[in-house]
Design a protein around this ligand. Structure first.
Ligand code: AMP
Length: 401
């Protein structure tokens, strides 16, 4: 579609999937009839209309309708009502439901765009003047220094990672920022800039209000998450990793502690301190490196062979953390014991204390295939979790002609 037609149109959402549309529409502030139009995931010339609805027996939910293209450039949902443009179609359905579940009321509110950079002047200039940053509260302790919540120019919320002097070389610390400068995706925490001219060095990142996924899962709010929300988080992490997979970047430290959570259960991957761009299929670090053993694939522990497939193994462990609300993997076992047992073919059993469908447990087992080549791709995992239907929801509604 001509992007001029939809540019700036409040109800048109260019880059969202069906699942994300549902998420946005189900926000409490949206009333019945709140809607959005998005490009179809299947038909390159078609669109989908997603509408928030309410029914007594199932409460609030979202219904999706296919908007099909006509040969003359027009559109229709039902063959007996055709329109010359998307705008005319939307306009008509705001006046009359014509068989839709509800007349269209308000366009869904758009999420805040990721603020990749603090201001246009900083776009290619990663150095942020230190006096423009105000560190307000300590959020946590990283391996090499503290992480603070702060504000830039007393206005924009940021997370600031600091490097404690003498713990690590400046260049190694800034490696994380260097990777983040090159790779940007809505499922990766955004880098805003660095303060690298004086000690202590800062890496300034997007602030994620709910902190790490691991802490979140173990606290009240996370403990209250519905199974469906966990699936949504699994989808988002796979989607961020799919991006890394497409860029030949390996993370090497994927775990619930390295995923951050924001409003509406938005999840983003962080901590690229160990991430590496690889030229061949795998990366062999120098001898003597230390690994988070319970998350690391056996071929990476034993032979130092890191690849996107070793990240898939870690993703399987992260899934187990997620669906057990933050349980330590291989409970009661020490790292050495885990290495030995896993080499012999042992895998974490299906949890009995938490709900986990066999199908998802089988996905974890596939992620832990001894042969890295047999593990699924992140592309597959993204589609899998995106399409995972918790209910037997009808994919698209038909409007009677
Ligand atoms: P890290 O050194 O990346 O492991 O960070 C240590 C802790 O600081 C994490 O577990 C989070 O609780 C917190 N943290 C790190 N980065 C952010 C961020 N961008 N937004 C909010 N909290 C963060």
């Amino acid at each position: 579609m001509n992007s001029n037609i939809t540019a700036g149109v409040s109800w048109f959402f260019e880059n969202i999937s069906r699942k994300e549309a549902e998420k946005l529409l189900l926000a409490e502030e949206n009333a019945r009839g709140t809607f959005l139009v998005r490009p179809s995931e299947h038909n390159p010339n078609g669109y989908s209309l997603s509408v928030k609805d309410w029914e007594e027996y199932r409460g609030y939910h979202v219904k999706h309708y296919k908007i099909k293209p006509l040969d003359n450039g027009g559109f229709y949902i039902s063959t007996n009502k055709t329109f010359d443009s998307l705008a005319e179609l939307v306009n008509a359905y705001t006046k009359n439901a014509y068989g839709l579940c509800h007349v269209l009321s308000k366009p869904c509110k758009k999420p805040q765009p990721t603020m990749w950079d603090l201001a246009p002047t900083y776009r290619d200039k990663w150095e942020i003047p230190r006096d423009e940053l105000h560190l307000i509260k300590r959020l946590g302790r990283g391996n090499f220094g503290e992480v603070y919540y702060g504000k830039w120019k007393n206005n924009i919320e940021v997370a600031v990672k600091t490097l404690r002097e003498g713990t690590m070389s400046t260049s190694a610390f800034l490696q994380e920022a260097a990777i983040m400068k090159k790779f940007r995706h809505k499922r990766l925490v955004a880098l805003y800039g660095v303060c690298s001219e004086q000690e202590p060095i800062y890496i300034v990142q997007e602030y994620m209000t709910k902190g790490s996924l691991l802490d979140f899962l173990r606290q009240d709010e996370g403990q209250g998450l519905e199974f469906e929300e966990l699936v949504y988080i699994a989808f988002q992490v796979a989607s961020g990793m799919e991006y890394l997979e497409s860029k030949q970047l390996i993370h090497r430290d994927l775990a619930a502690r390295n995923v951050l959570i924001g409003e509406n259960n938005i999840a983003k991957i962080c901590d690229f301190g160990l991430a590496r761009v690889i030229e061949d299929n795998e990366y062999c670090p120098k001898q003597g490196s230390r690994f988070p053993v319970k998350w690391t694939a056996p071929e990476a522990i034993v032979y130092g062979r890191f690849s996107i497939k070793s990240d898939v193994w870690s993703y399987g462990i992260l899934l187990m953390e997620l669906f057990t609300y933050g349980q330590v993997p291989y409970p009661g076992m020490h790292g050495r014991e885990v290495i030995e047992m896993v080499e012999k073919g042992y895998r974490m059993p299906k949890p009995t204390s938490h709900y986990l469908p066999d199908e998802i447990y089988q996905i974890m087992i596939n992620c832990w295939d001894a042969n890295p080549e047999k593990r699924p791709t992140f592309e597959f995992l993204t589609h899998y979790f995106e399409g995972f239907n918790v209910t037997s929801e009808v994919p698209y509604r038909e409007v009677p002609d």
